[in-house]
Design a protein. Structure first.
Length: 241
């Protein structure tokens, strides 16, 4: 294996978790690039949120600006088309007969990481950073740390690299993710998450709540809102409750 390379590539959707992960990476790595994926998601507005979050972050934290490098947006509509899920089709969001949410896109994180590793290989970046979380993982099996450990091994074997897949939110609740945002960037970063990031599965951006924009009823909004309420009830601490 080749020695670890400096820098990180953040899997950046423009959502709450990936926004916090981007801040986390910028606080630790001298060079950070981002990658997003257009796979035909119903909430494609998140692709616009990515641009807004990056700009807001460099404006609010000028000391991070020199570290934030290139952004990549990859068109993988063909992958999204074969998933036949509520994230890519006009279908109800519900539990399936497999016991998984209909928003589960089979293998999505595995595909994302494969593309990300290919970019990282060419860009000389050793760390792949993702917002996957077991605590609030919504039933998605490709968000489990065991899955990502296996993927890390496969990528390193297949590319003769020493990539590491970093998941700083893996054991955090959404309340703790709000706390992490405040710890990393104070109220300025919390405001960026609220005003610019996007989580809502239905792509709603015309309804603002105290926790951000969204329909307020889909599973993604519910999870984000519940985390916000729990964090606020604890006094909005800057360290994990």
């Amino acid at each position: 294996m080749t020695p670890p390379l400096p820098g990180a590539l953040v899997l950046f959707s423009g959502g709450q978790d990936s926004t916090v992960c981007l801040a986390w990476a910028l606080a630790r790595f001298p060079r950070v690039e981002t990658v997003g994926f257009d796979y035909g998601q119903r909430h494609a507005v998140e692709l616009e949120a990515r641009v807004a979050v990056r700009k807001a972050m460099t404006d609010a934290f000028p000391h991070w600006s020199p570290r934030l490098g290139q952004d990549w947006t990859l068109d993988i509509h063909a992958f999204g088309a074969i998933g036949d899920t509520a994230l890519t089709q006009d279908r109800a969001i519900e539990m399936t007969d497999r016991g998984l949410p209909s928003t589960y896109v089979p293998g999505r994180n595995l595909v994302f990481l494969t593309y990300a590793a290919a970019i990282a290989d060419r860009r000389g970046l050793a760390s792949l950073v993702g917002g996957m979380c077991e605590t609030d993982y919504s039933g998605y099996p490709d968000c489990r740390r065991s899955t990502l450990d296996a993927m890390e091994s496969a990528l390193n074997l297949g590319m003769e690299r020493d990539f590491v897949i970093l998941t700083p939110l893996m054991t955090r609740t959404k309340a703790q993710t709000w706390a992490a945002a405040k710890s990393l960037g104070g109220e300025a970063l919390v405001d960026i998450v609220i005003d610019h990031s996007h989580t809502c599965y239905l792509g709603v951006r015309d309804q603002r709540h105290d926790w951000g924009f969204g329909c307020g009823t889909c599973p993604a909004c519910d999870l984000r809102a519940r985390g916000w309420r729990e964090w606020v009830a604890l006094g909005r601490p800057a360290t994990a409750p």
